[in-house]
Ligand binder design. Sequence first.
Ligand code: FIX
Ligand code: ZN
Length: 434
Amino acid sequence: MRGASVKPSDLNGETSSVALLSRDQISSAVEDVLSSTDFIDIHTHLFAPEFGKLGLRGIDELLTYHYLEAELFRSSPIRPEQYWALSKQEQADAIWRALFIENSPISEATRGIVAVLQAFGLPTNAPDLREARAFFEAQPEEAHVRRVFQLAGISEVVMTNDPLDPAESSVWMNGGLKDRQFHAVLRLDRILWGWSRHWEVLVSQGYAVDEHASGNSVNEIRRFLADWCKRMRPLYMAVSLEDTFRFPDESTTNKILSKAVLPSCQEFGLPMSLMIGVRRQVNPAIRLAGDAVGRADLRAVEHLCRSFPANRFLVSLLSRENQHELCVYARKFSNLMPFGCWWFMNNGSIVEEITRERIEMLGTSFIPQHSDARVLEQVIYKWRNTRVILAKTLTHAYRLLDADGRGLTRFDIQRDVNRLFRTNFEHWTRLQQG
Ligand code: FIX
Ligand code: ZN
């Protein structure tokens, strides 16, 4: 059974979880444990069924993922303004033609589509999308969600919930989240770095704030956060930040972060997730695909971890060049939890490198991956790829341990995998705080 943690007392005999594995058995034991353990997907852009059309699924959404849109403009003469004028189905057709028929789909994102089609027994080289469309349209929503989770080997996913998004807030105001396989996250981008464009929305909701977050604004933002925590019951609060993010400084972002958000996180026992390193809209013509990456100054993370020792920080960084520093800071601050290989980091070669480095520097005290899925079925290929890389990196680490003279059991492997993909997160959130 997936997700069950194995206790030595449950087992006996030669094949038991407490029998020492030979060097040759390590690899298959690791693969076995990884494939039989359900993971928690700690950061996605998926929505529970009660959020209706906000939840994206099916072949047209899969193909028009912004990772693939970026690739389309490299392999087709179509210009962005022509592409945006097409219907969703026409866009998907254009991407299928350019990236799957006229070229081999060997990039990470295109292979992902092939893996999803294959998982459902659909043709991976069809001349058009008719059969795939008919299949996805015929799937009853809730049963399909369960099947996808099962194929992906995940028990729960964590959403990204923006309280200032009118489409979302109407759901929260009218019953909110019910599905127990989805969890909420209070995402604060519009408040933390978009304050000058969004403070009036808070005013319209009855909070007495001003443009500079001065006077009583901080208390009012805390009241706003308290109301939304009650409504959403989030597992953490979150923000994505540019590579130029600094802390401390005199910005409104830092004022709201240090005087409202972090004290509220502390009050409600919630970690704060910082995703740092995006360079927004370097090419606005390609919309969501137009963001890039920049190396961040991690002294900001250092200051935050030191100045707010009672707060816990989940941190993911977009630049490959920042990854080693993050491990070093995690060794200095136990209130810092590195997580995931975010966005441009989520490619096999880089995931392997980062994960190996994290294991070497942090043992099992980090969270290796999240999917960042925007379209439901993406979790199938993203988690499959993660398991393949993790099997390699964990096997490597265990073989080194074996060579150093410490025998290893399946129980040890199960305990480590549980920690990496479940309990490190559960212990930091109310999932295991009652
Ligand atoms: O800010 C974020 O959470 C990012 O992950 C996304 O907004 C980004 O567009 C993405 O989809 C990356 O995978
Ligand atoms: Zn994301």
